[in-house]
Ligand binder design. Structure first.
Ligand code: NAD
Ligand code: MG
Length: 389
């Protein structure tokens, strides 16, 4: 399948996560098209070592510096460079030994290395939506300046991106992001107040990392995705809509100015958008299961219940007001999810915590990058103080 093209050298930032592991499956199945040149993980040294022994990358980075010795020792017989620590992520992202970064670190932590890759003119397959939520204006401007293409991995945004092929001159009227509704679709606050971590971690359609699984249960994930879409596709807030589609077959839609609606469909499987971002503009054959229209099935749609899932309202406010508000929302949400996963706060407390943090933090209309970092830090401290009552 190489078509005579050189292999694309991929740097997987967050290789041990749900997206990272699935990306490695795609690379494994298409070894003449891709190689894994850089692998990074925060703390899972065992898996990072296994991946390195299999894929023989040029470089691995372990975030947790205490684990450097173990990783170094395990890979000593191989020509693999080993680095550790947060700064190493940025240094490695600034190197020239790769062609495309798969940005698959979770949360705000993915922002700095991704900015280094963009500065370096590298193509980005972007899974880490928080990067655009926090500093979308700066990230997109830098990407244009440095001619670094940003290819969405998030399934909804991949769907929009796929629908845009051949439409460069045509204006988008609006985009319609589909949401599964998560495990608590149709539930009300009297139910949600008692929801515990393990229940919230059961997503009906997707198997993902813990943070995004909780975000899907609270609908914050869809809120973050509205902001992500605004930046990726250069939209006004009122051009971004959300519809609940519990079957997750339609991955999102675009409505054009003539009223025509295009959608991208398929069984829910993140390997498809990962593969598309890596191989764009080509499509690579695979034998992932196909959706079969002959089997009886209903595709249904409904309005999101924003009274119950107020995160969507908070995210819409952040989308509309812009400035540092999306950054503050994201920081408070990361703290809230972290606290919920440790059983320190309840399911509905997550939204209260985000709301109170948004009310408390000073608004900055056009933050610099440093101001985004400061807003993130201050919002985290304030949100964390609320979890210690
Ligand atoms: P995950 O928790 O499974 O994996 C996260 C990865 O990031 C791991 O490799 C981990 O080692 C690394 N990491 C965590 N904290 C870090 C830190 N502080 N510094 C450096 N590295 C760190 O997460 P995931 O589900 O793979 O999601 C990754 C990103 O992709 C998220 O931003 C998520 O929103 C987005 N995304 C995921 C899916 C999905 O299906 N999993 C779908 C769409 C978008
Ligand atoms: Mg998504």
């Amino acid at each position: 399948m190489s078509n005579g093209l050189p292999k694309k050298r991929i740097a997987l930032f967050g290789s041990t996560g749900s997206i990272g592991r699935q990306a490695l499956e795609v690379i494994d199945a298409n070894q003449d098209a891709f190689s894994a040149e850089i692998l990074t993980a925060q703390s899972n040294d065992d898996l990072l070592i296994k991946q390195a022994l299999h894929f023989k990358p040029d470089i691995v980075v372990i975030g947790d510096e205490k684990k450097y010795g173990v990783v170094k020792e395990a890979l000593a017989k191989h020509p693999i460079k080993v680095f550790a620590g947060e700064k190493a992520l940025e240094e490695v992202a600034s190197m020239d030994s790769y062609d495309m970064m798969l940005a698959a670190i979770v949360g705000f932590a993915g922002l700095r290395p991704t900015l280094c890759a963009i500065e370096n003119g590298k193509a980005i397959a972007l899974a880490n939506k928080e990067t655009l939520v926090v500093a979308g204006d700066i990230v997109m401007k830098k990407a244009i300046d440095r001619r670094a293409p940003i290819l969405p991995v998030d399934s909804e945004h991949s769907a929009i991106f796929q629908c845009l092929v051949g439409e460069t001159r045509n204006r988008i009227e609006k985009i319609i992001l589909t949401a599964s509704g998560g495990p608590f679709l149709g539930k009300k606050p009297n139910f949600l107040v008692n929801v515990k971590r393990d229940h919230a971690l059961q997503h009906p359609n997707w198997s993902m990392g813990n943070k995004i699984t909780i975000d899907s249960a609270t609908l914050m994930n869809k809120g973050l995705e509205m902001i992500e879409a605004k930046w990726l596709f250069n939209l006004q807030p009122d051009q971004v809509r959300v519809v609940i589609h519990p079957q997750s077959i339609i991955h999102s839609m675009i409505q054009f100015e003539d009223g025509s609606i295009k959608s991208q469909m398929g069984l829910p499987d993140m390997k498809l958008p990962i593969q598309y971002a890596m191989s764009f503009p080509r499509r690579l054959p695979n034998n992932f299961p196909r959706y079969d229209f002959r089997k009886p099935a209903t595709l249904s749609f409904e309005e999101p219940d924003t009274k119950t899932f107020r995160n969507l309202t908070l995210a819409t406010e952040a989308l509309n007001k812009g400035g540092n508000l999306p950054c503050v929302l994201n920081a408070a949400n990361e703290i809230a999810v972290f606290a919920f996963l440790r059983n320190r706060i309840g399911f509905l407390d997550m939204t209260d915590l985000v709301e109170r943090t948004m009310q408390q933090m000073p608004y900055i209309e056009q933050p610099t990058l440093e101001e985004y970092f400061d807003s993130d830090g201050e919002a985290r401290n304030f949100a964390a103080s609320l979890t210690k009552i």
